[in-house]
Write a protein that binds this ligand. Structure first.
Ligand code: CO
Length: 134
């Protein structure tokens, strides 16, 4: 069902510092910061040859990652994103297998303008999983 790894998202408190680590220490191509108000995060995209790294920091008082960053002040992996061909079919198959889809189960438009869903970490080896329609 799942295809390519699309991105690994790392939540951090200080986005400029995290971007500098990837740009200056690791020598990666790093985008300018983008505020995604509807998602409550500011993101920097790191382009690798085979996948992306998304560095994200809380934006606004109600950011969904505020608690996670408070618990992980040095930063931590927040989720993995896998590509699927048909997000509705993937959701139906996963729910039929007993997996929990977060929210109301309807795909939302994610950071790349494509439909996404999130899956409960307890059903996927302790890792929050995002599915993105390729
Ligand atoms: Co993501």
């Amino acid at each position: 069902m799942i295809g390519r790894l699309n991105h690994v998202a790392i939540a951090v408190a200080n986005l400029a510092k995290a971007a500098a680590v990837y740009r200056d220490t690791l020598g990666a191509e790093v985008s300018a910061p983008q505020a995604l108000r509807e998602h409550g995060v500011t993101v920097v995209f790191v382009e690798l040859a085979n996948a992306k790294i998304e560095l994200m920091a809380p934006l606004g008082d109600a950011s969904p990652i505020a608690g996670f960053v408070a618990k992980n002040p040095a930063g931590a992996i927040h989720h993995l994103c896998y590509e699927v061909d048909d997000i509705g079919a993937a959701r139906d198959a996963l729910q039929a297998a007993g997996a929990r889809v977060l929210g109301d189960g309807e795909p939302k438009i994610g950071a790349h303008g494509k439909p996404v869903l999130f899956l409960h970490p307890k059903d996927f080896c302790g890792t929050l999983v995002e599915l993105e329609q390729a």
